[in-house]
Design a binder for this molecule. Structure first.
Ligand code: AMP
Length: 304
């Protein structure tokens, strides 16, 4: 599975990414963590990024795209990954599309955690106070002043990605103001519904299957169930005010279209069968009627 977690600083992307890592056995790729490691190690990238990060601005696109391009090549990313904090600009998203296209990899979904800004400032202030109390080191950019700057760059440069991925039918929006547990359940529900149609279709079409037609025939009911489940999960989450799929993700849409087609076909098959039955009946009645005058003539001759 390949996911992007989208949301302003403090929205809880890191926490939810960790949970997804455990649940799906995939890796979390956080450009923020990688850049902080580079700063700590004093690498050329770290030296370039240090002051930019401290100010709350964004590191140049080519730097982070280079980091991600190398990282997704590593063996532990083969099974899938969660991008946390990347992409943060439209050019980064376009570069990622190109990277994935070249590797024939598909992005499954973009999960946006939507939160309100005043709550974010409060969250960060509480977190910083707690860390100081525990004697832990506080991130240099985790101050209310720098956070305001990071939020401004999120609004200006990252928020356009909501539209970008919504257009691509990849966006799933979750209410990030719920408790951590509720956000996790909302994400799990939507992802389960999204992934299920594909795995059921794959299970229904083993590689040894003789014809593509047979495979498609078997996969259709599974797709139908999956699409139904996805719609149900989205409905359930929307009811709870937790998740909305801006546009139905492509796979769910595809499955629903497939199911619709199959249902239409089945219906037309039933109508055709009924028509054939009626034709047969009519033919039999006509035959009987044709025989009747002959029988009557026979009876008459007998009487004479
Ligand atoms: P984060 O830990 O994701 O909040 O990132 C901390 C800082 O690292 C950000 O404020 C940026 O300065 C930098 N950074 C992380 N990811 C990116 C990215 N994708 N593009 C540009 N700068 C980034």
């Amino acid at each position: 599975m390949r996911l992007i977690l989208l949301g302003p600083p403090g929205a809880g992307k890191g926490t939810q990414a960790q949970r997804l890592v455990h649940k799906h056995g995939i890796v979390q790729l956080s450009t923020g963590d990688m850049l902080r490691a580079a700063v700590a190690a004093g690498t050329p990238i770290g030296l370039k990024a240090k002051d930019i990060m401290a100010s709350g601005a964004l590191v140049p696109d080519e730097v982070v795209v280079g980091i991600i391009a190398d990282r997704i090549e590593e063996p532990d990313a083969k099974k899938g990954f969660i991008l946390d904090g990347f992409p943060r600009t439209v050019p980064q998203a376009e570069a990622l599309d190109e990277l994935l296209r070249k590797k024939h990899l598909k992005l499954d979904a973009v999960v946006e955690l939507r939160v309100n800004e005043s709550a974010l400032l409060e969250r960060v202030e509480t977190r910083v106070a707690q860390m100081r109390e525990r004697g832990e080191e506080v991130r240099i950019d985790d101050t209310p002043e720098v956070l305001s700057k990071r939020l401004a760059s999120y609004r200006a440069q990252t928020e356009p990605l909501v539209h970008y991925y919504s257009e691509k039918r990849k966006l799933i929006t979750i209410d990030g103001m719920m408790t951590i547990e509720q956000v996790t359940s909302a994400i799990n529900r939507v992802l389960a519904a999204l992934i299920e149609p594909e795995s059921s279709a794959r299970a229904a079409a083993p590689s040894g299957m003789k014809t593509a037609k047979r495979a498609a025939k078997k996969a259709k009911p599974a797709a139908k169930t999956g699409a139904k489940k996805a719609a149900k999960a989205a409905k359930k989450s929307a009811k709870a005010g937790s998740a909305t799929t801006k546009k139905a993700p492509k796979s769910a849409g595809k499955a629903a279209r497939g199911a619709k087609k199959a249902a239409k076909k089945a219906k037309s098959r039933t109508v055709a069968a009924k028509a054939a039955k009626t034709r047969n009946k009519t033919r039999k009645v006509a035959k009987k009627a044709a025989k009747r005058p002959a029988k009557a003539a026979k009876r008459l001759t007998k009487r004479r």
